[in-house]
Design a protein around this ligand. Structure first.
Ligand code: SF4
Length: 239
């Protein structure tokens, strides 16, 4: 165990834990867009920066990737930290001026709603955090999406922007996306779901009669786990 200070609070943490995790465990809120407990941190969004002092050295570090250390003094809201966060947010807004999530964060941090940098486009909401790509690969185990193009054109999509044969329509990428960039639509009756340009037929629960999961997803789970497909015909609430 190591003892450190975060925002003037004496805190005990396990050696090797990241600052962000320790802060969260102790109820200290650090803003993030690309952090989720189901996937490894990568520090993509850079909003979680904090000031960390060790001995005479003070550095701005990415808290989701920076481990705590004995005697470390962390400030999560110093003027220097807030200035870096505001700059990061302005850059993100320049790429995605249409993102409501970014606008809300900007309002909370006192960043001008009007971007300081010239927007590339007004309809892109992807901040290139890779949350969707990593979730599809590491959590779902499918790898149906990735990045294409470079520079301002860089964007997440299916291979060659065509209908993906590997996508199972689970929607995990859309759920985890912090800016609502990935569109997923379900019909009013719930019988189909469309994502990444492909429409998936939904399975109806044989107990409650509600549509609950894409048939392709259930087939995938059955093949992966060896559970007979007939045993997957009931939704989670009715199991
Ligand atoms: S909906 Fe398709 S692309 Fe998105 S996580 Fe599921 S399998 Fe991957």
């Amino acid at each position: 165990m190591v003892n450190l200070t975060i925002d003037n609070r004496k805190i005990e943490a396990e050696a090797g834990q990241f600052i962000l995790d320790v802060a969260r465990e102790n109820g200290i809120v650090i803003p993030t867009l690309c952090s989720h407990e189901s996937i490894e941190p990568t520090g993509s969004c850079r909003l979680c920066v904090v000031e960390a002092r060790q001995g005479k050295k003070t550095r701005i570090v990415t808290s989701c990737l920076y481990p705590v250390a004995k005697g470390m003094i962390v400030d999560t809201r110093s003027e220097r930290v807030m200035n870096v966060r505001r700059l990061v947010l302005q850059l993100l807004l320049a790429r995605c001026p249409g993102s409501e999530q970014l606008k809300e964060m900007a309002a909370e941090m006192g960043v001008e709603a009007e971007p300081r940098f010239v927007p590339d486009t007004d309809n892109v909401k992807c901040i290139l955090c890779r949350m969707c790509v990593r979730t599809c690969e590491k959590v779902v185990g499918v790898s149906a999406i990735g990045f294409s193009y470079r520079g301002p054109e860089k964007n997440v999509c299916t291979p060659f922007k065509e209908e993906s044969e590997t996508c199972i329509g689970c929607g995990a990428c859309a759920y985890i996306c912090p800016t609502g960039h990935i569109e997923m639509e379900t019909t009013e009756t719930g019988d189909t779901r469309t994502i990444w340009g492909r429409t998936f037929k939904m399975k109806i629960c044989k107990v409650c009669g509600r549509y609950f999961a894409p048939e392709d997803q259930l087939v995938y789970i059955s093949q992966k786990t060896g559970v007979p497909i007939e045993d997957l015909a009931v939704c989670i609430s009715c199991r």
